[in-house]
Design a protein around this ligand. Structure first.
Ligand code: ADE
Ligand code: ZN
Length: 334
């Protein structure tokens, strides 16, 4: 099983690039930029990663991101993630980034974009991994700040495929961003949103109806509303599920309680993703392995996670075809 997973072609659609900051790189960047962090070594950082819910994680995650200052920092961060993609046979990745976390500290939008896009171009050329960028608005901040961020993205529009919504879900429902998402859609961006991670299933409905999202990030609480599950199946709405994240943030008590396999078998388009791998203990293969050790899954079902992700991805029709072919060849050779 683990061998099948290791060789399985994968597509990652839910990855926060700031969440791939490994403690070792955090230390290196803190030194490089003369920034104080309240830890003596990377092991101490890891020991602090014991979360009780989403907010307890977000507090540490935003603190960690403070070491990212220069274009080179964003480049190093992104390149390190793309090397992990290569190791896990991820052929296509769609990366979230949180510009407000950086611009609020005086880091230029351009600085972030130059670092990210240079690493992604190198990954495409040298590793053969295609990618897209998704700009996320922080939902704990106000609408005006989101509009300001959308404005700053103007010059980089060709490099950003979609806008998304992340950070603290409870108390910050989708409708808070109805107008900025409408403006983004008018400018030609696709939309996605974190919904039904910790918040109620009604957030999933509002993300679909008000924000008109193409897919839902997490969405695991859809099961509280059977009518919604039927709608997801019927309208082929994809959920980018993050199993290790959900257990680390206590959305589920344990992996055998996770509903991803039930959802797959009910016909919902679900995929497996890492979310914030440096904080939750694993990249793509680790997430697949964790699900496969807690649930009995056939090879066909494991491959279906990738088929679903290919269909839900924002890459070109031609690239989707290539990805399908590679996956099919792998499955046929088993
Ligand atoms: N930002 C980074 N990871 C997140 C998550 N799992 N949920 C909401 N916001 C996030
Ligand atoms: Zn996320």
């Amino acid at each position: 099983m683990y061998q099948f997973i290791a060789g399985l072609p994968k597509v990652e659609l839910h990855l926060h690039i700031e969440g791939s900051l490994e403690p070792e790189l955090m230390f290196e960047l803190a030194q490089r930029n003369n920034i104080d962090i309240p830890f003596a070594n990377p092991d101490e950082v890891r020991a602090a990663y014991d979360f009780s819910n989403l907010q307890s994680f977000l507090d540490i995650y935003y603190q960690g991101a403070q070491v990212l200052v220069t274009e080179r920092d964003f480049y190093d961060l992104t390149w390190a993630y793309m090397l992990r993609c290569k190791a896990d046979n991820v052929l296509h990745a769609e990366l979230f980034f949180d510009p407000q976390t950086h611009t609020a500290r005086g880091i230029g939008f351009d600085t972030v974009m130059k670092g990210l896009t240079k690493a992604l171009a190198k990954a495409e050329a040298e590793l053969g991994i295609s990618s897209q960028l998704i700009l996320c608005f922080l939902r704990h901040l106000d609408e005006l700040s989101a509009f300001d961020t959308l404005q700053q993205a103007q010059l980089w529009k060709e490099k950003i495929v979609a806008v998304g919504l992340d950070s603290s879900e409870v108390g910050h429902p989708p409708e808070k961003f109805a107008r900025v998402f409408a403006a983004a859609r008018e400018q030609g961006y696709l939309t996605v949103a974190h919904a039904g991670e910790e918040g109620p299933s009604s957030n999933i409905i509002d993300a679909l109806d008000i924000l008109q999202v193409s897919r839902i990030d997490h969405g695991v609480r859809c099961v509280d509303d059977p009518q919604l599950v039927a709608r997801l199946v019927e309208q082929k709405v994809h959920l980018t599920i993050c199993p290790l994240s959900n257990t680390k943030l206590k959305v589920f008590d344990s992996m055998d309680q996770h509903n991803i396999v039930d959802l797959l078998r009910q016909g919902v388009s679900v995929g497996i993703n890492a979310d914030d791998p440096a904080y939750f203990g694993g990249y793509m293969n680790d997430n697949f392995n964790a699900v496969a050790s807690a649930h009995t899954l056939s090879h066909k079902e494991l491959a279906n996670f990738t088929y679903n992700a290919i269909d839900a991805s924002f890459c070109s029709v031609g690239r989707k075809y290539e990805l399908h072919q590679q996956l099919q060849a792998y499955v046929d050779n088993q």
